[in-house]
Design a protein around this ligand. Structure first.
Ligand code: ADP
Ligand code: ZN
Length: 600
């Protein structure tokens, strides 16, 4: 049965069908209910409030923390023929007055507002005198994240339910864990609202985690082989490293820009805007970058340092491939990352309990790195989602890691740590095991220990791998106060007593280039036509001052190349072509396609 919602989906947005659970959400909000929506990045949250706002009387108010991104969101809606606007501190006084007037006379379908702006008395008074279709609270996890920039303002949003009890409220987030979920419910008073949870799998993202050897060379290989000329995000732990990597990428002829809290805010805004508008930009960033960026064609996210938690890893990698086309989540890590992160946690403020919880979450992240089975299964199971088959689209599925019986060597490693008093870091322990004649060995008389020289069979690198895995699996912990000394944990006992065995992962000899991600383009596509369509898109985008993907995203262009529509009827069948875009851009794109066909 075709409903009004279906009709809007087709005529305005140009899509043929809803994704689950968009339709249910839209029906429930349109009927006046509240809702809590948990959906992965790229899942299609926006439609869940945009369509009800169009169906209901009055204007839909969208609360979003990111002023810099409102303009693009609004431009995208206007291209579809939706009357959208925003209110924030970037507007001139007369622009503001104009928008307020439009709101009063009921001429707006959607209005984007930053939370601090919404909470001003003046805005509240204005809204009180208008018909409001709904409140959509985007990035709702802001209420729960301790120390979050926008947290204080978000917390105050609880008054909406008191001031506008009859207006439906819909809170949306891509953050999955239970704690965040219950805090959103409590703080935004959504106890009675139904929850809608979409699966968290992102099947088009290929997860790959490798060992750090020579980070730059590994990364360069990846970029050159798989992502020449494409957009991506690179995450590093420190500002220093961000600057350094961005500069180095420039010397390698990539269009790279740095992004971190130490860069002046006007520069940051400029870099962000370039990332959105220009093609092929690589942003090198600390975790400060990325929230709310809904650029659909980010083809890769690379981590050059280990994220602190699986949530962070999931969130950050989730910024790749929102358009559903193939994308890479690529990471390299090593034991040094663990030591650095432990150090940061130790020096951070917060209770012992908090630190312990952080340590736990880091351990889970390490577990994901060292796993020998499907990474996607492990990742999803962390969010209590069960994937019955291995995915076939992660590195461990594509090239299953080899394992070896490491019990004997693990015992040697533990014994070396124990016999030296649990006061030394991995390098010295390896020296002891391999019988090295260093000053430190003689200074502490470690050449008299039974463990001295018993490990000559393994190379230093192999030992490093053994220690790393013992740390990752919680047999050893890193003592930061003692410069990375390795200490034995309770779980060692069965292993030391000979009651347990341990399988270790064999580190690959070199980064495998055997199977690369397909380029996002299906093989049957004519590159000349693809480029011509991109050029057409670019010229509209620059004329309108909007990012190219707002005109049509890559998925739409791909379809044009495959279906080759040369008239209005056929062009209107392309996903993402609604009535307004058909009328405005159809002729230009159709003529590009017709010319291309005629040239054969
Ligand atoms: P989110 O906010 O959940 O990250 P968006 O709302 O930005 O995701 O949607 C991600 C992409 O998916 C957008 O390009 C959007 O137009 C597209 N999309 C959403 N719903 C549908 C649908 N039902 N059919 C086709 N494409 C859709
Ligand atoms: Zn897999």
């Amino acid at each position: 049965m075709s409903t009004d919602a279906d009709k809007i989906l087709q005529t305005i947005f140009g899509y043929t069908s809803f994704r689950s659970p968009q339709k249910e959400i839209i029906e429930s909000i349109s009927g006046g209910d509240d809702a809590l929506v948990l959906m992965p990045t790229g899942g299609g949250k926006s439609l869940c409030y945009q369509i009800p706002a169009l169906l209901r009387d009055g204007c839909g108010i969208v609360i979003s923390p990111l002023i810099a991104l409102m303009q693009d969101q609004v431009s995208a809606l206007r291209l579809l023929g939706v009357n959208a606007s925003f209110l924030n501190s970037t507007l001139e006084r007369d622009e503001e007055t104009f928008i307020e007037h439009q709101l009063k006379i009921g001429a707006l379908d959607l209005l984007y507002i930053a939370p601090e702006r919404l909470l001003q008395n003046r805005t509240i008074a204005l809204l009180k005198n208008t018909t409001i279709a709904l409140f959509a609270i985007d990035e709702a996890h802001c209420v729960s994240q301790w120390g979050h920039d926008f947290r204080a303002d978000y917390l105050e949003l609880s008054i909406l339910c008191k001031l506008f009890p009859e207006v439906p409220r819909i809170a949306l987030t891509a953050t999955a864990d239970d704690r965040t979920r219950s805090e959103i419910i409590k703080q935004l008073k959504l106890e009675h609202a139904p929850h809608y949870v979409a699966g968290f799998d992102r099947p088009n993202i290929r997860y790959r985690i490798a060992l750090k050897k020579n980070t730059k060379q590994q990364f360069l290989g990846f970029l050159k082989n798989e992502h020449q000329g494409e957009s991506g995000i690179v995450y590093c732990l420190s500002r220093n490293k961000v600057d350094q990597i961005a500069n180095w990428l420039k010397t390698q002829k990539f269009k790279a820009l740095p992004y971190h809290a130490g860069i002046p805010s006007n520069k940051r805004a400029e870099y962000q805007a370039r990332f959105l508008r220009e093609e092929g930009i690589i942003i090198v960033a600390t975790i400060a970058f990325g929230m709310g960026i809904d650029k659909p064609d980010v083809r890769f996210v690379a981590h050059l340092d280990l994220p602190k938690t699986i949530e962070a890893y999931y969130q950050e990698t989730g910024r790749a491939g929102r358009d559903g086309l193939p994308a890479n989540a690529w990471m390299v890590y090593g034991l040094q990352d663990v030591i650095k992160l432990r150090q940061m946690m130790q020096n951070s403020e917060g209770s012992e309990e908090h630190k312990r919880a952080e340590q736990h979450r880091l351990n889970a992240m390490l577990g994901l790195c060292e796993i020998t089975s499907c990474r996607r299964q492990a990742l999803l199971s962390y969010f209590d989602e069960h994937l019955s088959d291995a995915c076939g689209n992660c590195d461990t599925c594509i090239e299953p890691p080899r394992t070896w019986e490491g019990t004997e060597f693990a015992r040697m490693a533990l014994s070396a740590a124990y016999r030296t008093g649990q006061r030394f870091g991995v390098n010295h322990l390896i020296d002891v095991l391999r019988g090295a004649e260093t000053d430190k060995v003689f200074q502490f008389e470690h050449h008299h220990l039974p463990a001295y020289g018993i490990g000559r069979l393994l190379s230093a690198n192999d030992w490093r791998s053994v220690f790393r895995q013992l740390v990752a699996r919680g047999f050893l912990s890193v003592d930061i106060e003692r410069f990375g000394a390795l200490r034995l944990e309770e779980v060692c006992r069965p292993l030391l007593r000979g009651e347990a065995k341990i399988e270790l992962r064999k580190d690959p000899d070199k980064a495998s280039t055997k199977r690369q991600t397909r380029t996002p383009l299906p093989s049957d596509i004519d590159i000349a036509l693809w480029e011509a369509l991109r050029e057409c898109r670019r010229s509209f985008a620059s004329e309108l001052g909007i990012p190219p993907y707002v005109v049509f995203n890559d998925a739409s262009l791909t379809e044009m190349c495959q279906m080759l529509p040369t008239d209005f009827d056929n062009f209107s069948m392309i996903s993402g072509v609604g009535e307004r875009k058909l009328e405005k851009y159809g002729p230009a794109f159709i003529s590009v396609i017709s010319e291309h066909l005629a040239s054969y």
